[in-house]
Write a protein that binds this ligand. Structure first.
Ligand code: TXA
Ligand code: MG
Length: 375
């Protein structure tokens, strides 16, 4: 058991600065500290130190074959981590950094602990769009390996209190910078042979990527989630097996090891209902009623536009359908709320998949472990 320090940069400017320094000193000394980014809170440690990175895996209970993203404070820092960045990658850095885009690049030998890359010959790099994150990295004086600061399998934390729920006593500290703005993780991409493969949809949308690179290159979604159509065929298989079957289908394509794990799941069973909005509301209500009759503790995750239409004990709002960015921001806190309410059956509405909706639906599908009812 470690004593977890709580630092906040949002009190007085002076105190904030002292807190940031203490948090940076803990990192420089090989500790692990949770910090805010624009997407979700990350659990940082010196990416060069196998000891520090080992503490990250241990605190999270994360499988060691799932590599970590390395966070830098300045675009120029990417050169110390990777061998070469091609023209498309440089364009993406110029247009989207700082921001919620992670680039997978060939790793420079010895630049980071082998634990960070899980033995791959690539490293995932990101420059976060959060001043506290960048100040912390710069003050620590090292690139920070940082996965989301949750226990493995739990929803990612969008507030410092979520970090403490999962990791109090297991990490050296948390730097509180308020609620995260984007709410879902960064988009992970790998550029190969002129194709931008989206390994994990996130804060930067496929549409934004395509617009940025123009007609010269193609953006291809490759996160295994488009394989939701396979869910019916594979129903009944454990979630991990289902995901790995989905991954095997694209054997030639680059992959993000993390996508094969069940993620973001509340403790209760979750059903995702998708399709035409009117039919969706009706079907979600029927599913909630049925579970209720079976004596289960039921909650509905609904958009602001529909929440008043449900008859259920717990109706939790997940942003607005008209503004999917608000739903992305609210999703993980809502999933955590389901656990606080000890719900054992959760019916979640689907959202349109355009723009940030792709990342939102990717996370909802994972939270539902593949249980999707299309109406
Ligand atoms: O927004 C984010 O990206 C947050 C904040 C804290 O920055 N971080 C985050 O880290 O989501 P994590 O560890 O939860 O997710 C990292 C993802 C995983 O899906 C992992 O498999 C993938 O990035 N990844 C890391 N290194 C990779 C590599 N070399 N090749 C392919 N995928 C990689
Ligand atoms: Mg994560």
């Amino acid at each position: 058991m470690t004593t977890t320090q709580y630092w906040t940069a949002s009190t007085t400017a002076e105190r904030g600065e002292a807190d940031l320094k203490e948090a940076a000193a803990a990192l420089a000394a090989g500790g692990v500290v949770a910090f805010p980014t624009e997407t979700v809170y990350g659990l940082g440690g010196d990416a060069r130190s196998t000891e520090a990175v080992g503490k990250i895996f241990a605190a999270k209970g994360r499988p060691s074959d799932n590599p970590l993203i390395v966070h830098i404070a300045d675009v120029a820092d990417v050169e110390s981590l990777c061998e070469s960045a091609g023209e498309i990658e440089r364009t993406l850095m110029r247009l989207f950094w700082p921001g919620p885009l992670t680039l997978v690049l060939p790793v420079k030998q010895g630049a980071v602990s082998p634990l960070v890359t899980a033995g791959l010959d690539t490293v995932a790099v990101r420059l976060p769009d959060h001043p506290l994150a960048r100040d912390l990295i710069a003050a620590a004086g090292c690139p920070l390996a940082a996965p989301s600061a949750n226990r493995s399998g739990r929803p990612s934390p969008t507030e410092a209190r979520h970090v403490l729920e999962d990791l109090n006593g297991r990490i050296d500290g948390v730097l509180d910078g308020g609620a995260a703005g984007v709410g879902v993780e960064s988009t992970v991409v790998r550029v190969l042979d002129g194709i931008v493969h989206v390994l994990r949809p996130g804060g930067v949308t496929a549409e934004q990527l395509q617009a940025a690179i123009g007609d010269s290159a193609e953006v291809k979604r490759n996160d295994g989630a488009e394989a939701a159509s396979l869910v019916d065929d594979l129903a009944g298989e454990p979630a991990e097996e289902r995901a790995s079957q989905v991954l095997r289908q694209g054997a030639e394509a680059p992959r993000s090891p993390g996508v094969k794990y069940a993620h973001y799941a509340p403790r209760g069973e979750m059903l995702l209902v998708t399709g035409d909005p009117e039919r969706m509301v009706a079907a979600a209500q029927r599913a909630a009623d049925e579970a209720r009759r079976e004596g289960r503790r039921v909650g509905v995750l609904a958009c602001a536009e529909h929440e008043a239409r449900y008859r259920a004990e717990h109706v939790l709002r997940v942003g607005s359908r008209a503004e999917p960015a608000t739903a992305a921001r609210a999703l993980y806190a809502a999933l955590r709320r389901c656990d606080e309410l000890e719900l054992d059956y959760i019916v979640a509405e689907g959202f349109p998949e355009a723009g940030i909706g792709a990342a939102l639906m990717n996370r909802l599908r994972k939270a539902a472990g593949g249980r999707e009812l299309r109406v």
